[in-house]
Design a protein around this ligand. Structure first.
Ligand SMILES: [Zn+2]
Length: 163
């Protein structure tokens, strides 16, 4: 699978208006036809988002434009992309990436742990975007891959390579 992450375009994908530093906007992923696990990224300014809503997007998240480059674990935009791509990919290594990205997003207060549940011998974590409006409040279920500390650090190191 191609795990390269397309970065934002620094402007609204619909009206082409450039984002200001710290401007809030939405990012959405649209599946690319005929290429499983591949997405095109679209950035929506607030006005365009309000007009069009989630529509055909498979995943979306609220974002804040920043002119600063941040390390992977402190960059919610990068963590969201890893999170959604890893969930969609369903390959052997991917649940670990979704899990570690979710922990990073939780640390940055972009996701909140709502519940944990058992599925057989496995633990599933249920996350939600805190403070989202009802129509934007999505729950995500992530399998706990039961990584030890070294396993988490190992995945964290590889997150950085995806930027
Ligand atoms: Zn726009």
């Amino acid at each position: 699978m191609d795990f390269k992450i397309a970065r934002g375009q620094k402007q609204c994908s619909v009206c082409s208006r450039p984002f200001a530093d710290k401007e809030k906007y939405f990012v959405g992923l649209i599946p690319r036809t005929g290429e499983e696990g591949t997405f095109d990224r679209n950035d929506f300014c607030d006005a365009c988002w309000t007009r069009q809503g989630p529509g055909a997007l498979v995943a979306f998240w609220p974002n804040e434009y920043s002119t600063q480059k941040r390390p992977a674990l402190l960059d919610p935009d990068l963590l969201w992309q890893v999170f959604h791509k890893a969930r969609a990919a369903g390959e052997a290594d991917m649940p670990k990436f979704a899990y570690v990205a979710a922990l990073g997003l939780m640390r940055l207060k972009k996701l909140k742990l709502k519940a944990t549940k058992r599925e057989g011998k496995k633990e599933v974590l249920v996350f939600e975007i805190p403070g989202a409006k009802a129509k934007e409040r999505t729950q995500y279920e992530i399998l706990n891959p039961a990584l030890d500390e070294k396993g988490v650090l190992d995945v964290q190191d590889r997150l950085g390579d995806m930027a």
